[in-house]
Design a protein around this ligand. Structure first.
Ligand code: AQP
Length: 344
């Protein structure tokens, strides 16, 4: 496999209030990667419409994700921040990938099974094909690294399979068009950091999610100090005191989650957190956790509010990002057409 220049791509769906899981598992990592890589961060609205959205809410959620990116510290001048539907090549390459990916691969996707539930005959075709669009998002920029939370691991593996199959199926044409041994890189997931899977505050077996009906299940980036403190006070726990060692968290899903969140917010290890709070009941720990959550989230939330007051500025950022993204995406798509044998 040839080496490709390193480039980071990732996306966030504008499907509701961004939460602590999106922040710790993804957006905070996006910010860190700016120091070492060329980065492209996308508000993936085409993914959002795989389930029905209110147009008014969708528009407002697109602005909210854009504001969150900037408020968290992403620099849209140095890197690219844009909205997926403004670059038509994502959908165009996704169609090509629908013809490369196999039904059996998509049938194995656990996120589709979770989201479709017992209703799989009535969900959209788009929800089923979601992973090929995700492969197109990444590969239209020939991106090499993709920071995501743990829940996206299987989709990333599918993106690698799509890239590999395209490279194999069209190997001769790739070489005769001057692209050597492979046209697409095999993108690597970056699932790193202390909070790759933040769980619901109400049920430690479910991931924290925008679409959970209970707002008490998540800490939103837009929550104020009182809401954060109240949600943590009400967070589910068990009757035992906190253990003094990490091994003691086994089988205690809610305690494990809260300790993990505390560690991720403060930068301490779980072991150090438990050294401090082990043997105590949850109330002192929860009050320290609320302070850490307010310190971590409030600055981002208040900067988001400030940015959201000027939607014209956010739209200008997205338009500028889309113009720059389109140049890169059009180049890839032109080469893909040549490789496939399309006339252009
Ligand atoms: N609970 C989580 N813990 C760690 N990382 C998470 N991510 C999502 N939930 C957690 C990561 O956030 C990024 C953006 O996610 P997304 O909005 O594109 O889609 P999602 O994974 O489907 O997120 P949600 O919040 O659960 O949305 P809904 O409810 O709309 O499906 C991704 O990198 C994701 O891994």
């Amino acid at each position: 496999m040839p080496t490709f220049p390193e480039r980071v791509f990732s996306g966030v769906q504008p499907t509701g209030s961004l939460h602590l899981g999106n922040y710790l598992g993804a957006i905070k990592r996006f910010v860190a990667l700016q120091e070492t890589h060329d980065c492209i961060y996308c508000v993936v609205d085409l993914h959002a419409i795989t389930v029905q959205q209110s147009p008014v809410e969708l528009r407002s959620n697109i602005r909210e994700v854009t504001a969150a990116f900037i408020a968290a510290g992403i620099d849209p001048k140095k890197h690219i921040v844009f909205n997926q539907s403004q670059v038509a090549e994502h959908a165009e390459l996704a169609w090509v990938f629908n013809c490369v990916a196999r039904m059996g691969w998509l049938n194995r996707m656990t996120q589709f099974k979770d989201k479709a539930g017992k209703n799989s005959e009535n969900v959209s075709v788009g929800l089923f094909a979601y992973p090929t669009l995700m492969a197109a998002d990444i590969l239209v920029y020939r991106a090499t690294h993709v920071p995501v939370g743990e829940d996206q691991k299987q989709h990333l593996e599918l993106s690698r399979d799509v890239a590999q199959k395209f490279n194999n199926d069209f190997a001769e044409s790739i070489a005769s068009n001057g692209f050597g041994e492979a046209f697409f890189p095999l993108p690597e997931p970056l699932i790193q950091g202390p909070a790759t899977r933040v769980m619901s505050l109400r049920d430690g077996s479910k991931k924290m999610s925008k679409s959970d009906v209970s707002d008490y299940s998540r800490l939103n980036l837009s929550d104020d100090r009182d809401a954060i403190a109240q949600k943590i006070r009400k967070a589910k726990t068990d009757p035992e005191p906190l253990p003094s060692e990490v091994a003691g968290l086994a089988g205690r899903l809610e305690a494990d989650n809260l300790v993990g969140i505390f560690a991720a917010l403060t930068g301490e290890s779980r072991a150090d957190v438990l050294k401090r709070f082990g043997g105590q009941n949850f109330s002192a720990f929860k009050s320290a956790l609320a302070d850490a959550a307010v310190a971590g989230l409030e600055p981002v939330g208040s900067e988001m509010k400030r940015l959201l007051a000027d939607p014209g500025h956010l739209e200008a950022v997205l338009n500028d990002g889309a113009d720059r993204a389109r140049v890169l995406a059009a180049k890839t798509m032109g080469s893909v057409k040549d490789i496939l044998g399309f006339v252009r």
